[in-house]
Design a protein around this ligand. Structure first.
Ligand SMILES: [Zn+2]
Length: 290
């Protein structure tokens, strides 16, 4: 009995030592689901160049607009990330010396549902012309999503693009003819053709284009690697490079692109990675960064 108390004491002291080491680092949660985003805050005076590495991905910290000596980083976790504990390495320069700190985060199963789709092989494969088109569209969109600016355009509370029923949730596994092919990369909202779609926050339109799968697409750059996406529109009200204000009508919903019926597909990218859009909005609205 005494021995176990001693072991317990050693464990408690050990844990405290780790907390003291990281007393300037705060995670929005110690566990994160795959395809979710977490927030890491660093509070430290007189530092330069704060960065972090999460699973070989380098992400910059940004200065908190309201709290001096505070920095934050939004870290996306890929849908395909294996479950388990990952070490986050934080580095910065203080008194001309490079400082390294480490902390752990656990990636857990988002338990996304799956749906089986049986289709003729002929319908799945694309013509050569369409293959070239989709490849080109994918590559140019990825170039946009991987661009991140220092300025954050987000202001106050982030909105939802629509106030209607969700017809297909984010993350649903898509099993085509018994093979796991892909997952649903956004949240689908019920929307009759012509429904007004709102910009969830301020930003710069960085894609306004008709695309093979997504149809008429608007993508808004909110700065610092954050992009919101609105697909299958019947009308696009903004062009590339336009500044759009929170709540403005960016377009009308429709059924353009590869869809079976009219709806809005709403998605988010953070540092190039697809994440659950509704979880990100909740994270942004509960951790007032702006
Ligand atoms: Zn969708």
């Amino acid at each position: 009995m005494k021995k176990s108390i001693l072991i317990l004491l050693i464990l408690i002291v050990g844990l405290n030592a780790q907390e003291v080491l990281n007393k300037n680092l705060y995670l929005s949660s110690k566990k994160v689901k795959n395809a979710n985003t977490f927030l890491l805050t660093l509070n430290e005076k007189d530092i330069q160049n704060p960065k972090l590495t999460f699973d070989k991905h380098n992400i910059n910290f940004y200065k908190h607009p309201k709290n001096e000596n505070s920095y934050y980083a939004l870290v996306p976790v890929s849908y395909y990330k294996e479950f388990g504990t990952y070490r986050i390495i934080v580095s910065y320069i203080k008194n001309e010396k490079k400082v390294f700190k480490g902390l752990d985060i656990k990636v857990i199963d988002g338990k996304y549902k799956s749906e089986t789709i049986n289709v003729d092989k002929g319908k799945v494969s694309l013509t050569l012309k369409n293959k070239k088109r989709t490849k080109k569209e994918y590559e140019s969109a990825m170039r946009v999503y991987n661009t991140s600016s220092e300025k954050l355009y987000l202001k106050e509370k982030t909105l939802y693009p629509l106030n209607s029923k969700i017809t297909s949730s984010f993350g649903k596994k898509r099993v085509y003819n018994n093979t796991f092919k892909s997952y649903h990369s956004g949240t689908d909202y019920k929307a009759a053709i012509g429904t007004q779609i709102k910009a969830i926050n301020n930003g710069i339109v960085s894609i306004s284009q008709n695309r093979f799968y997504a149809g008429n697409s608007i993508v808004i750059n909110h700065g610092q690697g954050i992009y919101s996406c609105y697909f299958h529109l019947s009308k696009m009200n903004f062009k590339n490079g336009d500044f759009v204000k929170k709540g403005e009508i960016i377009g009308l919903s429709g059924r353009t692109g590869r869809v079976t019926g009219p709806h809005l597909h709403f998605a988010f990218r953070v540092h190039g990675i697809q994440v659950d859009p509704l979880q990100l909005i909740r994270l942004l609205n509960t951790n007032k960064l702006y």
